[in-house]
Design a protein around this ligand. Structure first.
Ligand code: PFF
Length: 463
């Protein structure tokens, strides 16, 4: 039996209770990982970054960097059993370093605010598309009609405000009630149902006659087309889609029972998340090519390709409605992960009830959401650096804050925490542990910092 060198009693309990089972934890983390990032964001970023080579780099990032970061976050969370800010302060001190590690938790809370401010607006889009689909708006529609419906909708600040408000309201409602059995049940049903529906859509995409072109776009890698900005985008997407680098998984880890295997749970989540993203790409790209659309079209891609496909199918109204309901659920369970660190922080430090904390945090994020709402209409022409306010928020969070948070998290777990503490959490110092430690100590931090340095031009090209 290993004992921590610091000699501290680590049998802490969380203030917020524990997951009822290992399965509940896996479902909650999967619920947070599988979301708009897989089905809305992955295809359009892959499209904007040229396809195949981007997908390959993304997969490497998920396995070699994402997986060790996720394991580090969960083990830190379970050892501290508090909100990410307090956990980092506590473990920083306990491991003989500094309380100032709390700032890693604080950056994460802030990243969660920023991400949810735009995530909620897109969540509102999916919600609106539930109603549009149910009313049969896309039946037999042509590509230009579907594109027009999308641009008319996003061009209306009022419509986006309304749907953003409803989505944020739904998120606050569930968070306020605590991590409910209802939610666990919803995820238990939602992820397999989404998977099934995506498989059915895959069948349709195969029959579209352009499956080969889609496959080619996704899997034939032309590295000439890849620049360091695209590599950074792949890294950022790996962090975003796995919900890592901002303390969400750390917060969930705080409620994880002692005996659950962190490695096994992480592998299950990473596999489910990656599988759904790849499936989304295999569905979307054949439809893009079948309808002469542009794969680099941006955030509207899924909201144009899928309604078009559903509009051509028998029973399309029904399937489209179910699809957008499931996507809304996926976005909803992810939104919960985005606010959990901030809510846990308010409950523990400001001594607020969960409900008060949820309303306070949700209200602030709602306000911040207007930067994204207006990016598609009133302020669509206000562009700087990476584009609109939304583009910049997305770049800052996914491509800067999450990878940086990730570096600090792995460095803390693999360099600051003593070997015994981490081995105890990861179930002993066997082969898997050694692989984790190598990736977390060397590969992940060096690779992330290298990609950063390349993307901002600090390391010049050789030729
Ligand atoms: N992983 C989510 C997605 O792919 O949609 C987004 C996300 C949720 C990021 C929760 C971060 C987070 F804490």
């Amino acid at each position: 039996m290993l004992t921590p060198e610091s000699g501290t009693d680590v049998k802490r309990t969380s203030l917020h209770g524990n997951w009822s089972s290992r399965m509940a934890f896996i479902l909650a983390v999967t619920g947070s990982a599988v979301g708009l990032g897989n089905i809305w964001k992955f295809p359009y970023i892959a499209g904007q970054n040229g396809g195949g080579a981007f997908v390959l780099v993304y997969l490497l990032c998920v396995i070699l960097i994402g997986m060790p970061v996720m394991m580090s976050e969960i083990l830190i969370g379970r050892r501290g059993r508090r909100n990410p800010v307090a956990t980092m302060a506590l473990l920083g001190e306990e491991e003989g370093a500094s309380k100032n590690w709390k700032w890693v938790g604080a950056i994460g809370v802030l990243a969660g605010f920023f991400i949810l401010s735009y995530y909620s607006v897109i969540g509102g889009w999916t919600l609106t598309y539930v109603f549009k689909s149910a009313m049969g708006s896309f039946n037999g529609a042509s590509p230009s009609e579907v594109e027009l419906a999308f641009s008319t909708f996003t061009g209306s600040a009022w419509k986006l405000t309304l749907s953003h408000t409803i989505f944020m309201g739904l998120t606050v409602f569930v968070v306020a009630r605590g991590v409910e059995r209802g939610l666990e049940k919803a995820v238990r049903f939602m992820v397999p149902a989404l998977l099934l529906l995506m498989l059915a859509l895959l069948g349709y995409a195969i029959s579209s006659g352009h499956f080969g072109a889609g496959l080619d776009f996704m899997f034939s890698a032309d590295f000439g087309a890849l620049d360091w900005d695209s590599v950074l985008a792949a890294l950022g997407q790996a962090f975003f889609t796995l919900s890592i680098g901002m303390g969400a998984v750390m917060a969930y880890g705080a409620y994880l029972p002692e005996e659950t295997s962190i490695t096994g749970a992480s592998a299950a989540v990473v596999a489910a998340d990656t599988g759904i993203a790849i499936l989304a790409g295999l569905v979307i790209f054949p439809l893009v090519f079948a309808n002469n659309l542009n794969p680099a079209d941006g955030p509207g891609l899924v909201f144009i390709t899928l309604p078009l496909a559903f509009g051509q199918m028998t029973g399309g109204t029904f399937f489209a409605t179910i699809f957008f309901v499931l996507l809304t659920f996926a976005a909803w369970t992810s939104a919960l992960g985005l606010v959990e660190p901030a809510v846990a922080f308010c409950v523990e430090h400001l001594k607020r009830s969960r409900a008060q904390a949820a309303v306070l945090v949700g209200g602030l994020i709602w306000l911040m959401g207007f930067a994204t709402v207006f990016s598609f209409n009133l302020l669509a022409d206000f562009k700087f650096y990476k584009g609109t306010l939304f583009d910049n928020l997305d770049h800052l969070t996914s491509n800067v804050m999450l990878p940086l948070g990730g570096v600090l998290i792995v460095v803390f777990a693999a360099w600051v925490m003593c070997r015994n503490s981490t081995a105890e959490e990861l179930g002993g110092a066997g082969r898997l542990y050694k692989i984790w430690r190598f990736l977390a100590r060397y590969l992940a931090p060096v690779a992330i910092l290298f990609v950063f340095a390349k993307a901002i031009g600090v390391i010049p090209e050789l030729s």
